[in-house]
Write a protein that binds this ligand. Structure first.
Ligand code: HDE
Length: 694
């Protein structure tokens, strides 16, 4: 008998249709109380006389105020600041050989997803662009139930055993005596934790790299971090690691820029994602898997269950198996992003766990945290968390219960209700845990195979380009430089001397301590080119460009560049000294998008300055215009200038600027040169690191 309970009807729109019944639109409606009573007055409380006291009887006032007083729920202990979007996932080819997970079988099926991106350390209101790990949590609403891939944008973690998680988090959160600093690891307790817990070494290398200051959520990788298991129909299992690869490539901000943006636009990353989806852009990530056969578990010089280790792609290739597309913004941030409850234990048949001790601990923590945040055991009924397939069991009652269960029977086994709801067999889709043989003494200890903390930290260092290495050194100098305790600073330098001698010397030189006498650096020489952002995809698509123009700009300069931008899906924004309409020399009228007061070069990927005598003369009156250009130049961004625009560029960035990489100029011959194309290419290059900036 095919008893699928309506489980086969999931498609791309299922989640949206399910959410529809919960949406509420106030437009065109009369105001009522929560009991549905129409309200006649919402500005004056009920008083005894116009100058008299407010009356207890004012039920509308009391209901309104009570609801307001209870509007907040506790923020997440970690990953408090986040932002979500909806979309769908499609597998490229059946994965039958590896897993029986239904959503990984049929390329024509579009499984709905909701993704929540986040920072880890900061509070809900903190800045988006701080140096931090980013969360990348995906909920797949499959026909077999929800599957959550709760990952980060860094493939390894700080610690190896979940019991240390509260210590780690206490060390990086603001210090408890003065609650400083917000959303930053640049303080004594964090670095004290690092120096006294050497297992952090590898992750710290990533956290000090450009990975921790992404340009956009759309341009960052995601990783499941832990080793999971794929299990196929025959019961054969393989170890698996999950990767998300952004179609736009992996790109980062410059540290100075990240800090400025945190003040100028603390919502930078959520705005970027929201606006991309509002524009109709499809935000895409390919899903990749690395697989290791069970027989090969011990073939590596690291323990594959150790979450501080990655599997170099050059050793274990990433098989690209499908694509996720985010294409719909949420309707309400509280209802969706804030109430979304992810859990690495939300799995479907065909995906199973391993004994990674960090993963095992997470399997406890995520339900526990929802109970306090979402106020009880019925958080799965909140619209964003509801599976799109039916769910039935004997778990009844509790705070905010929404399901109205019928009948007297709420237990298993029973005869009064034909033993329903009955467990499903494996053939009927019942989840059966992989039968792994486990044997051992009850013991509080870690496997010795988890002891090498430095080889992969060195592998990461070896794999970086010279510019990336410079950035890592500066990040260490900034972070450790903020540590007041000289002893902690010394400990950190000694620790990273075990990764690389030169790195330790460079950190030491910036933080006022002596490097150790002896070179204790790891002797690993292996490199993994896949770890360097230098080797990522580079595309101009969806890059933003500030066009600096005033009244009297050269129409022809502007229009030819706009044409090229349009072809490349680059997003232009006219920035001028005031809002309104400006006119070109040929009479073209364009609407100003932003002013030199409301925006800053850090909010754009590139700058373009069209010519036009009057426009340039007007821009020259504003220091903000030359600061804008100079700053973009210093952040290695592409800058295009035409005609008189070149004069402004050179006066702002210096006469040597014209010959520098990523600077595209065109003095006069408008028809022949391929200025627009060159500029588009330079914008696609992201940053021109070989530029002389000072
Ligand atoms: Fe989490 N983590 N975590 N974590 N984590 C939470 O769950 C925890 C870890 C990750 O957008 C919490 O709902 C423990 C690794 C993401 O809603 C909490 C350990 C990875 C998110 C929790 C870890 C993550 C969380 C806080 C060590 C990458 C945000 C609120 C064993 C693979 C999900 C909540 C969202 C959130 C516990 C380590 C990713 C407290 C105990 C490793 C993306 O339950």
């Amino acid at each position: 008998m095919n008893n699928n309970d309506g489980r086969r009807n999931v498609n791309e729109h299922s989640k949206d249709q399910q959410l529809e019944q919960y949406r509420s639109d106030n437009r065109g409606k009369k105001m009522t109380t929560n009991q549905g009573l129409r309200v006649s007055e919402d500005e004056h409380s009920l008083k005894a006389g116009v100058r008299g006291p407010t009356l207890m009887e004012d039920f509308h006032f009391r209901e309104k105020m009570t609801h307001f007083d209870h509007e907040r729920i506790p923020e997440r202990v970690v990953h408090a600041r986040g932002f979500g979007a909806h979309g769908y996932f499609q597998v490229y080819e059946p994965m039958t050989k590896y897993t029986k997970a239904k959503f990984l079988q049929d390329p024509s099926v579009k499984t709905p997803v909701f993704v929540r991106f986040s920072t880890v350390a900061g509070s809900r209101g903190s800045g988006d662009t701080v140096r931090d790990v980013r969360g990348f949590a995906t909920k797949f609403y499959t026909e077999e139930g929800n599957y959550d891939l709760v990952g980060n944008n860094i493939p390894v973690f700080f610690i190896q055993d979940a019991i240390k998680f509260p210590d780690l988090v206490h060390s990086f959160k603001p210090e408890p005596n003065n609650e400083m600093p917000q959303a930053s690891t640049a303080h004594d307790t964090f670095w004290d934790f690092v120096a006294n817990n050497e297992e952090t070494a590898h992750m710290i290398m990533w956290a000090m790299s450009d990975r921790a200051i992404p340009r956009s959520y759309r341009m960052m990788e995601g990783f499941g971090v832990h080793t999971f298991r794929f299990v196929n129909e025959e019961g054969k299992a393989r170890f698996v690691k999950f990767h998300w690869k952004p179609v736009l490539g992996v790109h980062s901000l410059v540290w100075d820029e990240a800090q400025t943006i945190a003040g100028k636009d603390p919502d930078y990353h959520r705005r970027d994602l929201w606006e991309a989806i509002e524009r109709g852009d499809e935000v895409e990530y390919e899903l990749g898997v690395q697989m290791i056969d069970e027989e090969d578990e011990f073939k590596f010089d690291f323990d594959i269950l150790d979450p501080t280790k990655l599997w170099p792609e050059e050793m274990v290739p990433v098989k690209i198996i499908g694509k996720m597309t985010l294409n719909r913004n949420q309707d309400n941030v509280f209802a969706e992003t804030e109430q979304a409850a992810f859990h690495p234990g939300h799995v479907v048949p065909g995906i199973d766990f391993t004994n990674d001790p960090l993963l095992q601990g997470r399997l406890f923590s995520y339900t526990d945290t929802q109970l306090i945040r979402l106020g009880g055991p019925n958080f799965h009924e909140i619209p964003i968390n509801r599976p799109v397939c039916p769910f039935h069991n004997n778990q009844y009652d509790g705070y905010h219960r929404m399901t109205i269960n019928k009948g007297p029977v709420a237990y298993h086994k029973n005869s009064l209700q034909n033993n329903d709801p009955a467990p499903a067999s494996e053939e009927e889709g019942g989840y059966v845990h992989y039968e792994e043989k486990v044997e051992g003494k009850k013991i509080r200890r870690r496997s010795e195979s988890f002891n090498d903390h430095y080889s992969q930290a060195k592998l990461f260092w070896n794999s970086m380009s010279p510019v990336e290495k410079e950035h890592i050194i500066s990040a260490f100098r900034f972070e450790v430089g903020k540590v007041k305790s000289k002893d902690v600073r010394r400990q950190v330098v000694h620790m990273f001397n075990r990764v690389d001698r030169e790195l330790a010397k460079q950190i030491a030189a910036g933080v006022g301590v002596e490097p150790p006498e002896k070179d204790e650096g790891s002797n690993v020489t292996f490199k993994s080119p896949a770890l360097s952002q230098e080797n990522t995809v580079k595309l101009p698509q969806t890059r933003t460009v500030a066009i600096l123009a005033e009244q009297g700009f050269d129409d022809e300069d502007l229009s030819r560049v706009l044409k090229e931008f349009k072809k490349a899906d680059i997003i232009p924004d006219i920035v001028s000294s005031a809002l309104g309409v400006i006119k070109g020399t040929g009479g073209t009228e364009i609407e100003v998008g932003n002013t030199l007061q409301t925006v800053d070069s850090v909010l754009y990927d590139a700058v373009y300055i069209p010519g036009g005598q009057e426009s340039i003369e007007r821009l020259q009156l504003h220091k903000a215009a030359s600061d804008f250009i100079n700053e973009a130049f210093g952040h290695y961004k592409a800058i295009g200038a035409a005609g008189k625009g070149i004069d402004l560029l050179l006066s702002a960035a210096g006469s040597h600027a014209a010959a520098q990489p990523g600077i595209i100029t065109s003095r006069d011959d408008k028809s022949k040169d391929d200025f627009g194309k060159k500029l588009v290419e330079a914008i696609g290059g992201h940053r021109h690191w070989d530029r002389q900036v000072s």
